[in-house]
Design a protein around this ligand. Structure first.
Ligand SMILES: Cc1cc2nc3c(=O)[nH]c(=O)nc-3n(C[C@H](O)[C@H](O)[C@H](O)COP(=O)(O)O)c2cc1C
Length: 185
């Protein structure tokens, strides 16, 4: 367990300095990791992510990424456990997280980057909040299928009832499940 390295990708679009429900819940979960376990937190909203371009059937390959996209690729490859800290937006994921996942299609085709092979050795966890658990299911299924496509392990979903900042703190069940959620096998 102690040699695991967690990358938390925060997808909320709350303004800087305003911690959303999903990040608050994720920080509860992260607080129960052993101190030796490495944690890296990245906020996608503050990163300059270029739109993905589908070159699969033209050039067929992708140049190594630069800037924030390179930082994201490097952080992704370096982790053992990837945690999507993502609210439900319109039954789906926020657009910045979708753009990040779209770039996986390029990283699979970037010469010298063993993306598929390395992703298959990682585990994907989802921490999410929204108004309604049942209606979060399409988003949860979509994320789980992305993990399955890359043969990643599935760490499961931690859902909490969100709303305005702080709302999830009243979801006793989510707060209880957060403890130990990231240690599950
Ligand atoms: C653009 C947008 C779309 C949303 N779509 C949904 C939705 O489809 N279903 C839902 O239950 N809540 C929806 N919500 C509410 C958020 O999921 C909820 O407030 C969540 O707790 C926000 O997470 P955060 O505080 O971490 O930013 C939406 C909120 C926004 C801003």
């Amino acid at each position: 367990m102690n040699d695991r390295r967690f990358l938390f990708l925060v997808a909320s679009t709350r303004e800087p300095g305003h911690t959303g429900n999903t990040e608050w819940l994720a920080r509860q979960a992260a607080a129960t990791l052993a101190p030796e376990v490495q944690q890296q937190w990245l906020h996608l909203a503050g990163m300059a992510l270029p739109s993905f371009v589908d070159r699969r059937h033209t050039t067929g390959t992708y140049a190594p990424p630069e800037g924030d996209l390179k930082a994201l690729l490097d952080a992704t490859l370096a982790c053992t456990d990837l945690v999507f800290v993502s609210p439900v937006y319109w039954y789906s994921i926020p657009s910045q997280l979708k753009t990040y996942i779209d770039h996986w299609s390029g990283w699979m085709r970037t010469p010298g980057v063993p993306f598929k092979e390395q992703m298959a050795a990682k585990r994907l966890h989802l921490i999410t909040t929204s108004g309604d658990r049942a209606k979060a299911q399409p988003m949860i299924d979509s994320v789980r299928l992305c993990a399955e496509f890359l043969s990643m392990g599935w760490g499961g979903v931690l859902w909490g009832k969100g709303g305005p900042p702080g709302a999830v703190q009243a979801d006793d069940e989510a707060v209880a499940v957060a403890s130990g959620f990231l240690m599950r096998r």
